[in-house]
Design a protein around this ligand. Structure first.
Ligand SMILES: [Zn+2]
Length: 284
């Protein structure tokens, strides 16, 4: 699932193609991606016709396309959602679901989604911040992100460290990949009890999460399952920078011990058994 860096790559790519453009027509080729718009696809289409996009925005893994009217199109990429920009008349992608046509002839924006866990919805008054995601904490890239407050929120939890990192109401944007990478960098085990973290440790793990996501963003994100691409259909390069995620059996870059994969929340956690040992105070 795309995490903050991958969504931010998409946001930046869309910015060049949506900002200031007037929507001429919206085509919904499959109803499922607009299922969260309860009034249905026809209403979704009717509301958008003639509206003007302003600069796309993001919080955590959520991306929205604000409209000059003060409303917004809220999106979630889910497992396999992609935004693509294409010349008018280019062949449809196999899993094309929603198409935005514009009043100019500078190309169209398409939402492509193979598995359709993602989608689009119309958010009334959502230009600044859609109400649907107002409960999500600021992410480390947000100019108003408060690292001290986030560290304090982390320590107030009574859970395992990785569970807290994945909790989007503590800090947003971090998913399985960047949590594992940040934990390795901080030499911490995923089950370390958050209420046993010292203030410095809490700040450290969040700083590592921010840094690893910034590095990933710098190279276009991680193309972990071939479904994540930017608006031009290109993959990022960060898989080369992964130290533990997906590296089961490979040597830890610090000490050479084989990386372990362990079941975690219906998925996996990757860690080095030597530099990330099981802590004395663990919450599984
Ligand atoms: Zn190690």
């Amino acid at each position: 699932m795309p995490e903050l860096p991958e969504v931010e790559v998409v946001r930046r790519g869309l910015a060049d193609f949506t900002t200031g453009r007037t929507i001429d027509a919206v085509e919904v080729l499959h109803p499922r991606p607009v299922r969260r718009h309860l009034a249905g696809p026809d209403d979704f289409i009717a509301r958008l016709k003639g509206q003007v996009f302003t600069a796309p925005a993001r919080r955590g893994k959520y991306l929205w396309l604000p409209l000059a009217s003060g409303d917004a199109v809220l999106t979630h990429l889910g497992m396999s959602g992609q935004f693509r920009v294409q010349p008018v008349g280019a062949p449809d992608e196999a899993h094309l679901r929603v198409r935005f046509r514009f009043a100019d002839d500078l190309g169209e924006v398409r939402f492509v989604d193979q598995r359709m866990f993602g989608g689009l919805s119309y958010s009334e008054g959502g230009a600044e911040l859609p109400g649907e995601i107002a409960h999500i904490a600021r992410d480390p890239f947000d100019p108003l992100y408060d690292a001290e407050a986030a560290a304090a929120a982390l320590r107030r939890r009574k859970t395992g460290l990785k569970r807290a990192l994945l909790d989007q109401t503590v800090v947003s944007g971090i998913g399985n990949i960047y949590a594992d990478e940040a934990l390795w960098r901080a030499k911490m085990h995923y089950a370390k009890a958050t209420d046993s973290l010292k203030p410095l440790q809490a700040r450290e793990i969040l700083r590592h999460a921010h840094e690893v996501m910034a590095e990933a963003l710098g190279v276009g994100g991680t193309s972990f399952d071939a479904l994540y691409v930017n608006v031009n259909g290109e993959s990022g390069y960060f898989e080369r920078g992964l130290n533990v995620y997906g590296q089961e059996g490979s040597p830890c870059p610090r000490d050479g011990r084989p990386i372990r994969r362990e079941p975690f929340m219906n998925r996996s956690s990757f860690r080095c058994p030597r530099c990330q040992p099981v802590p004395r105070l663990a919450r599984w």
